[in-house]
Write a protein that binds this ligand. Structure first.
Ligand code: NDP
Length: 259
């Protein structure tokens, strides 16, 4: 079988090493490649890849763009696909995020940074948890507006803000979730001790250590989480969809590569 992850960039992704180790441990005859696709080439390349590969993962920035190319098994509001099997698209990010929060209390008000595919998965999961109001801060207004349009209803409200409001919104929040790629290359957010005072949870979807995580720890935030648990749980769901899941072996492969 042939698997791959498509994105831009993808060099940071641990998925090729994790799945390759898992296939080796299980004696499965399969490969998992990382394919870096230029943004302008995506729509012409993806249909070919869908024929060539049995399963695909989709990462930044293509999770929303890929929806138009697959048989989409994802609810309309979520509108982002990160896992594909034989041309059918699924979202396992939201289940990964949801499962990673099993033992964690997420206090409201909640502020999410980002309005891309991962942000949609987080909002969807929090809505499923019964949260009914979320602040979203995003760089581009139109993308945040689309998220609000897709999720807002009588019982659920996404309020959108620009990055100019970051310090004041964070100050009024209890939980902060970073669903942007800010921090992957060591970028800082303009937040300091004063803004973190009332925060009980910082959840950064990026799975390496970022300045946000470091500063939050230094400021005494009670719970600071990176994206490794989410990565683990979404990968379990991918393997289930691909018909290859074995929890014990996957835990060992994941530990070996990630910890
Ligand atoms: P998308 O490309 O769909 O969205 C990226 C988001 O980041 C957008 O909101 C974008 O804003 C914002 N952004 C990017 N660069 C900047 C910048 N320089 N300044 C401000 N905002 C910026 O990506 P995803 O939603 O798929 O992924 C987002 C992050 O979540 C990534 O870091 C990814 O690695 C992580 N992730 C982790 C997972 C895990 O399992 N741990 C699973 C899924 C994602 P704009 O709309 O303005 O472009």
């Amino acid at each position: 079988m042939r698997f791959c992850i498509v994105g831009h960039p993808v060099s940071h992704s641990l998925s090729p090493r994790i799945y390759t180790r898992f296939f080796e441990m299980k004696g499965i005859d399969a490969t998992y490649e990382a394919l870096d696709i230029q943004t302008g080439e995506f729509s012409s390349v993806i249909d070919v890849l869908l024929k060539e590969y049995d399963g695909l993962n989709v990462t930044i920035p293509f999770k929303e763009a890929v929806v138009a190319h697959v048989d989409c098994m994802v609810e309309r509001s979520l509108r982002a696909v990160n896992c594909i099997f034989k041309g059918v698209g699924y979202n396992t990010d939201w289940i990964g995020f949801s499962n990673s929060l099993r033992d964690i209390k997420i206090e409201e008000p909640i502020t999410i940074l980002g309005a891309g595919g991962a942000s949609r998965a987080v909002i969807y999961a929090l809505k499923e948890f019964g949260v009914n109001r979320i602040n979203v801060i995003n760089r581009s207004t139109f993308r945040a507006e689309r998220v609000a349009e897709d999720f807002n209803n009588r019982n659920f409200e996404v309020k959108i803000f620009s990055f100019d409001s970051l310090p004041s919104i964070v100050k009024k929040s209890k939980s902060i979730i970073n669903a942007t790629s800010i921090g992957m290359k060591g970028e800082y957010l303009s937040l300091g001790r004063e803004e973190f005072q009332g925060i009980s949870l910082v959840y950064d979807l990026i799975y390496s250590e970022t300045p946000l995580q470091k500063v939050a720890r230094e400021c005494g935030v009670e719970k600071v989480i990176d994206g490794k648990a989410m990565l683990f749980f979404q990968a379990c769901e991918n393997l289930k969809i691909w018909g290859l899941f074995d929890k014990k072996t996957f835990e060992r492969a994941f530990e070996e590569v990630v910890r």
